[in-house]
Design a protein around this ligand. Structure first.
Ligand SMILES: [Zn+2]
Length: 184
């Protein structure tokens, strides 16, 4: 899925983005293919057009699936989703980092039987991870505000909304943020 050159924001049939993080974007080629296959409706257009011998078409900037896709109930246990659960904040020093600056810390170290699970792994910056080393927290002066939990897909989607992608076309804004404004 290309994101360069007039990507289309893909909404689910309920008009919410299919995914916030990563933001659901299709290349204009895939978007137009889906329009012709009758899988999506065009909600908004770019001014840019494509031409074929028989037809001129504005590139869609926002499309919505005709059939609702149910979100995954259990989010995948991935490094990235752990960081997203923790809002990209080191759980020891509470500073925010970029994903590539964060590491996985096992609360109960692996070398003494700690498992790689949602409830034993937290996001940690490199210096906190090195400082804690292969020790239990009670042997350090470090502590966690809260024990980590297994997130729901909704919680991850909610956290993802706090991290807007670098490129936002103005026609996407209503569809990305309307539900947040209703909550406030
Ligand atoms: Zn830290």
């Amino acid at each position: 899925m290309a994101t360069l050159g007039n990507p289309a924001l893909v909404l689910n049939a309920d008009f919410r983005p299919l995914s916030y993080y990563p933001l659901s974007l299709w290349s204009w080629q895939n978007a137009i293919k889906a329009v012709f296959l009758d899988r999506v409706s065009i909600i908004e257009n770019y001014n840019a057009e494509v031409h074929s011998p028989s037809l001129t078409l504005k590139l869609p900037s926002v499309i919505a699936l005709k059939d609702y896709v149910a979100p995954r109930r259990r989010p995948a246990f991935t490094r990235f989703n752990v960081f997203l659960r923790d809002n990209f904040v080191c759980q020891y020093c509470h500073e925010q980092y970029l994903a590539n600056e964060l590491t996985f810390d096992h609360i109960i170290p692996k070398c003494i039987g700690g498992k790689t699970t949602w409830t034993n792994v937290v996001s940690a910056c490199t210096s906190c991870n090195v400082k804690k080393g292969k020790r239990l927290l009670k042997f350090t002066d470090m502590c966690l505000d809260k024990m980590p939990l297994k997130p729901t897909s909704e919680q991850l989607q909610h956290n993802g909304r706090n991290f807007p992608p670098n490129y936002l076309h103005k026609s996407w804004r209503d569809y990305l943020y309307w539900d947040i404004e209703l909550e406030n």
